[in-house]
Design a protein around this ligand. Structure first.
Ligand code: ADP
Ligand code: GLC
Length: 470
């Protein structure tokens, strides 16, 4: 395949704790599945290193030019969960993910893969940036790789007790404010924020938000310093349309496109049948596919359930996580079986059917680094209803491709804004089908290709390499 890249290929060691279709708890897995092949397509080499969790079969890797190595250590990774089980996190996550980072370098060396860039994602891979830094003291600067750390969610920081340093063989000197110490604990996230050559996050708006106390989770100070030196960038994720497109989706009963929308009505009927809701094309259907976590604001959907039913909107929620919210949504579905359906599992095929079969898609997040589901919704002509924050702000145009509500500071005001937004959208759906279809077509025409995100990373990597060798 011809590449537009004219320089020499960059060798990227991509360290990540989950990658679809092998392992997934959220959008990070989708990014790890899509960004590496997009980099390969630009002419670069990528070695992706990720844990071999229970059930991962390395033999099933797609043939997309990405080199993959799975860290095979059953004592750490052959477990039912990735990071923990219902009761909480695994207590040895510090050693598990320290091991992932160290193994990444060992496996690369074993394959004689000498990275130019080590690209580490989220706290689980953040120690890779520390290891690059530590390695630099032992070799000449020009030969060591540059480290790039990408924040997918600042809320999960990998915080452990002080004793973790000894457990993972780091010197006590690392326990300072300008290194890994964070309010008396060891922060893996800080290893990435402090030691990477460049820190990135997954949308331009989130890159500015995390420099404020409101969104900084206590780390805004460090981020302001990095940003002040021009070392913090926001690169918007893409949406993988080989997996998420109504034109090719293997999970939906009827395929469709902006030109031939009729299949969407059949998918809606299939979704209504599947969820036990009355099959009715005229009733607006609001879909949700989400982790049930404070971040995602799905409690607002539960709070607003009575108003949504009164507004004549069917609601389908696929979400797991917070047990109390799962139970609450289940109870609402029992109370309003003709209007509300809730499934509390992780169900990839159902996630696709909801994207295709819903008219509207809610993402009422309190913060959202990028958010992929609203981009998928746009692709499926399912109008996103979102909070104006992070990547949601950057990908949805209010009244053009979707609807936005502002982020408000009291639960009652936020709930009222959410209900208003749903009523506005449902009102348009009922009153003006032509205008609705125009909006669908505008949404479906949006291009969030991984190619342009990959070019953003390419430019960043090349700039770093020029700086380091120049
Ligand atoms: P986050 O990574 O914060 O959870 P994103 O929007 O980036 O949010 O990505 C979420 C991904 O996880 C999407 O691919 C979405 O379809 C998927 N997902 C979330 N919850 C479920 C679920 N219960 N079943 C299936 N897929 C889910
Ligand atoms: C995180 C964020 C989400 C983002 C995803 C992939 O899980 O919560 O907003 O889309 O990572 O970058």
């Amino acid at each position: 395949m011809p590449s537009r890249y004219r320089g020499s290929a960059v060798r990227i060691l991509f360290v990540v704790s989950e990658v679809a279709p092998f392992s997934k708890t959220g959008g990070l897995a989708d990014v790890a599945a899509a960004l590496p092949p997009a980099m390969v397509e630009l002419g670069h080499r990528v070695l992706l290193v990720s844990p071999r969790y229970r059930g991962v079969d390395p033999e099933t890797a797609p043939d997309d030019g990405v080199e993959r190595a799975f860290v095979d250590h059953p004592a750490y990774f052959d477990r039912p969960g990735l990071y923990g089980e219902a009761g909480g996190d695994y207590p040895d996550n510090d050693v598990r993910f320290d091991f992932l980072c160290r193994e990444a370098f060992r496996l690369a060396a074993k394959r004689r893969f000498r990275p130019d860039i080590v690209h580490a994602h989220d706290w689980q891979a953040a120690l890779a940036a520390y290891l690059v830094h530590a390695g630099r003291t032992q070799q000449s600067k020009g030969r060591s790789p540059a480290a790039v750390f990408t924040i997918h969610n600042l809320a999960y920081q990998g915080l452990f007790g002080r004793e973790t340093l000894a457990r993972i063989g780091l010197p006590p000197a690392a326990f300072t404010l300008d290194q890994l110490e964070f309010h008396g604990r060891v922060s893996f996230m800080k290893a990435g924020l402090v030691f990477a050559d460049v820190v990135t996050t997954v949308s331009p708006t989130y890159a500015s938000e995390i420099q404020t106390p409101e969104f900084g989770h206590g780390l805004d100070g460090v981020l302001r310093i990095r940003a002040g030196r021009g070392e913090l960038a926001g690169i918007l994720n893409g949406a993988d349309d080989t997996r998420w497109s109504p034109e090719v989706d293997p999970y939906i009963p009827a395929r469709y496109s902006a030109e031939r929308l009729s299949g969407k009505a059949r998918d809606k009927a299939a979704l209504q049948r599947r969820t036990g809701l009355p099959v009715d094309a005229a009733t607006p259907l609001l879909g949700v596919v989400s982790r049930l976590d404070f971040q995602k604001g799905i409690d607002l959907v539960a709070d607003a359930a009575g108003d949504l039913v009164a507004a004549g909107v069917q609601v389908v929620v696929l979400g797991s996580g917070d047990p109390a919210l799962e139970a609450r949504l289940g109870a609402l579905a029992d109370r309003h079986p003709r209007w509300i359906h809730a499934t509390a599992t992780f169900d990839e095929p159902l996630a696709h059917l909801i994207q295709a079969g819903s008219d509207m898609f809610a993402v009422p997040s309190r913060w959202e680094p990028c958010g992929l589901t609203q981009m998928y919704a746009l692709r499926y002509g399912t109008i996103p209803l979102v909070t104006a924050t992070g990547g949601l702000e950057d990908t949805v145009e209010d009244g053009v491709t979707g609807f936005k509500m502002p982020l408000l500071h009291t639960p009652a005001a936020q709930r009222a804004a959410f209900v208003r937004m749903v009523r506005t959208a449902a009102g348009l759906y009922r009153a003006d089908r032509l205008a609705w279809r125009r909006m669908m077509r505008r949404s479906m025409a949006k291009d969030f290709s991984w190619k342009s995100s990959a070019r953003g990373y390419e430019e960043l990597f090349e700039g770093l390499l020029r700086r380091r060798t120049g």
